[in-house]
Design a protein around this ligand. Structure first.
Ligand SMILES: [Zn+2]
Length: 406
């Protein structure tokens, strides 16, 4: 099959005018000028007309569990207040609510042109009750042991067996010790060991808020007091930083995506210079919602970190659109180009989930995950047009199959 359009943006090299992508099965086999691709590969032609074809977008940090909380939580005074508020909403949600949340979220993600999603899933046991998603989803089992221990090997084996016996589910699973304040050092170590056993990836939240920095550096503040009140051991707090706490005793390497990383000491930057380069997920609109310390994007990029974008959940965001995330980042970081921002939700995000050789580009041998949007929106150029796109993505393909937005 050949897909023709006015422009194809392969993300490797320059955009191609009057272009085509040749697909065989679930793979891209060729990309180039239409006449050349047609002469070489033949087959049925689907002409998308005046559209821009680009790789499907990849969301590097999301919690579909909380789609139901859309518009329920206004910005709070502190991050700790937000935790209290979301916890009060969570106790009222049933398993059916969570299933509905995940399904609604999947439909919304697809509508906005995301073809691959990293979803932190607090209830992986619900997976068998969810209809198979059309999207490629990496389900990272979120683990919290601040109140009770988590049987990490059992959860991991269960997920491993589930994905082995359900190969039609695209994507796979990973593990997500929730955060330094909710997951013990033992839990971090256990997930790291299991990640080697099953060759799965890891993610966690680190140094998101000022209160988290205060908790680990000064052993005080509202987050510290909150965890004291629920009986968390606090002997890891005081005289350190979240980042140094994470790196102490953990082999944090390319298997990990660290979400947020807003708070640093100057010594942390020396540490970052020396460590193996993990990946970082930044959530621009959730960052704005919380009013976090400005994200050190440029400095982290210069240190060699691969940075992707995520939406976070609708408990701190208004939609699951990566187009909106790209616009928010451009709005905040005036030096960054639309092309670079698009790279963060394609190439960089594919790299972060260990799929640099199969997702995030339109290139022979890559999976046929494509989207198309109308061209000539801004008159400023193809990357400006892409980032300016709003609304429902009119055409997409995942694993070589055309999908229509639900
Ligand atoms: Zn998160």
């Amino acid at each position: 099959m050949i897909i023709r359009s006015r422009i194809v943006v392969p993300m490797l090299g320059e955009p191609i005018e009057n272009a085509a992508v040749a697909i065989a099965g679930n793979q891209i086999v060729g990309v180039g000028r239409f006449e050349e691709v047609e002469a070489r590969y033949g087959g049925d032609v689907l002409d998308l007309g005046e559209q821009i074809v680009l790789p499907g977008l990849i969301n590097g940090h999301c919690h579909l569990d909380y789609t139901r909380l859309r518009d329920q939580i206004p910005p709070q005074g502190t991050f700790t207040d937000w935790i209290r508020t979301i916890n009060s909403h969570k106790v009222a949600l049933s398993e059916e609510d969570y299933i509905a949340s995940i399904e609604t979220g999947l439909a919304e993600v697809q509508k906005f042109g995301t073809t691959t999603l990293l979803n932190l899933e607090a209830f992986p046991k619900l997976l068998p009750r969810i209809p198979r998603p059309l999207l490629r989803v990496w389900w990272y089992a979120e683990m919290i042991d601040v109140r009770q221990p988590v049987p990490v090997p059992e959860v991991s084996k269960h997920l491993h067996d589930w994905f082995e016996s359900n190969p039609e589910w695209l994507g796979g699973f990973g593990l997500a010790p929730h955060a330094l304040f909710t997951a013990s050092a033992q839990l971090f170590l256990a997930t790291s060991e299991i990640s080697r056993k099953y060759q799965v990836r890891l993610t966690t939240h680190v140094a998101e808020s000022r209160e988290e920095m205060q908790m680990f550096r000064n052993a005080n503040g509202s987050l510290f007091d909150f965890f004291k009140s629920i009986g968390r051991q606090l002997d890891d707090c005081g005289g350190t930083t979240p980042l140094s706490c994470l790196l102490q005793g953990n082999a944090v390497d390319e298997r990990w995506i660290i979400a947020h990383l807003n708070e640093f000491s100057e010594k942390d930057f020396d540490l970052l210079d020396q460590v193996k380069k993990f990946h970082i997920a930044h959530c621009p609109r959730s960052h704005t919602f919380f009013g976090h310390t400005p994200f050190e994007l440029r400095r982290l990029q210069r240190l060699g970190f691969n940075i992707c974008l995520g939406t976070d959940s609708l408990a701190s965001n208004s939609s699951l659109s990566l187009f909106s995330e790209m616009r928010e980042l451009l709005h905040k970081e005036l030096w960054i180009s639309p092309r670079e921002v698009l790279t963060m939700v394609t190439v960089n995000a594919a790299n972060a989930i260990g799929q640099a050789d199969s997702l995030g580009r339109i290139s022979p041998g890559f999976r046929a995950d494509l989207i198309a949007i109308p061209s000539a929106q801004t008159g400023r150029g193809v990357f400006d047009d892409i980032v300016a796109f709003e609304g429902t993505v009119p055409w997409m393909m995942i694993e070589g199959k055309e999908l229509r937005p639900r």
